[in-house]
Every structure is written in C-alpha cells, then in structure tokens.
Design a protein around this ligand. Structure first.
Ligand code: ADP
Ligand code: MG
Length: 199
C-alpha cells in the first residue's frame, strides 16, 4: 500500500530531478517555445517541496491536491495549470484514504490525465505532455518500471511530430524534429514515481 510518505517522496524526487534537468528542459523549450520550461517547473516544484515540508499533509490525496494547487499558483506558463490540474484531479480521485493501492493510483492518475486533456484540449499525437502521460498510465497496470519505460519512449516519440497545441504549434512544420519539453518533464515525473517506489 502507498501512504502519504510515498506521495511526499514522489514530489520531492520530482523536485530533485527537475532541479537537475532544468537547463535541459529550458534548452528543449528554446527552438520550439520561449525557453522557460525548466525555470517554470523549477520554481513550481521547489515551492511544492517547501509547502509539503511545512504543511505535512497526511493522506495521499491531500499531498497531491496541495502540490497541484501550489503549481497552479506559482507557475506562470501553460505547464503550471496543466501539471497542477493533473495532480489536483489525481489527488481528488484518491479521496481521503490514508493508504491507496497501486491499482487505485493508476485509476486516479487516469482521471488526472483526462482532466489535463479536457483543460488543454490536447490528444495523443499533438506533441505535448499527453504523449508521455497517456502511455505511462496505460502501462501503470503492469507496474511502476513499465510506466517509466513507456513514459521515456513517449517523450522520445514526440520528436518527429508536428505540434498541434501550445506555443510550439505556432511554428507549424518547423516544430518537427525537436523533442517536446513538456513530454520530457512528464517523463521525469513518472520516473520519480518509480524511484519513490524503490524501482
Ligand atoms: P509555455 O508554453 O506557456 O511557455 P511551458 O514552457 O512551461 O509553458 O510548457 C510548455 C509545455 O507545455 C509544452 O512542451 C507542452 O508539453 C505543454 N503544453 C502546452 N500546451 C498544452 C496543452 N494544450 N495540452 C497539454 N500540454 C500542453
Ligand atoms: Mg515555455
């Protein structure tokens, strides 16, 4: 079973990965965006880690809801409301249970990803974080390690795509040949889940 500590670990491992990869994420956001994805997420997840430390929410749902709220209030770019919605909706779906199973997490995360698709209007193949999150959630039934592999493959597979949502879509065909920054950060989020689980 996964308790609040597990979810706090998921968020702090994500914060550490974002810190390590911030420059890379911003570099990916240079040719097809406005070169702020790394700094956006660094600001957001640093705030998430600090808030979780201070408020110490004691259920899985409360951890993710608080993290999502914090992302929405600290990240100005498109990715803040989108990741914020992902975590808030996932947290809401987990309810107020003190511990949740892996299957419950997979279902809740699916609800979170669907909320992101509703908010941003992106579908798989549009060259966004959705290209990572959908295959990751599909693979989560098989385990955390499978979800991480699916996420990494999903992020890499955005390179040949033409962007149809977000800032990169303004470039039309010129968005082809670049890996999507949001799909790349989404793979960090899923890898952190596997790491938090000790895999
Ligand atoms: P901004 O584009 O406002 O500068 P960021 O650079 O932080 O915000 O985030 C860009 C990333 O957000 C993109 O690489 C993409 O993965 C994701 N994104 C943008 N728009 C959407 C959308 N409508 N749906 C899903 N993801 C999106
Ligand atoms: Mg940007």
């Amino acid at each position: 079973m996964l308790d609040a500590d597990f979810f706090r670990r998921w968020m702090t491992v994500t914060a550490t990965s974002v810190e390590r990869e911030a420059e890379h994420l911003t570099a990916l956001d240079s040719p097809i965006g406005d070169a702020d994805h790394g700094s956006n997420l660094l600001r957001g997840f640093t705030a998430v880690a600090a808030t979780l430390d201070k408020e110490a929410p004691d259920t899985p749902g409360a951890v993710l809801t608080l993290a999502g709220r914090q992302l929405i209030s600290t990240v100005g770019g498109a990715s803040g409301p989108l990741y914020g919605t992902l975590l808030r909706r996932t947290g809401k779906a987990l309810g107020d249970a003190g511990e949740v199973g892996e299957e419950q997490l997979a279902e809740a995360l699916r609800a979170g990803v669907e909320a992101v698709m509703t908010l941003g209007g992106a579908a798989p193949g549009d060259k966004t974080m959705i290209d990572t999150l959908v295959p990751a959630v599909d693979a989560l039934g098989t385990g955390f390690a499978a979800a991480r592999t699916a996420a990494e493959q999903g992020a890499l597979a955005t390179t040949p795509l033409q962007a149809r949502k977000g800032r990169a879509s303004y470039l039309g065909e010129r968005s082809i040949g670049h890996q999507d920054p949001g799909a790349t950060s989404a793979a960090l989020l899923i890898a952190a889940l596997a790491e938090a689980a000790g895999e």
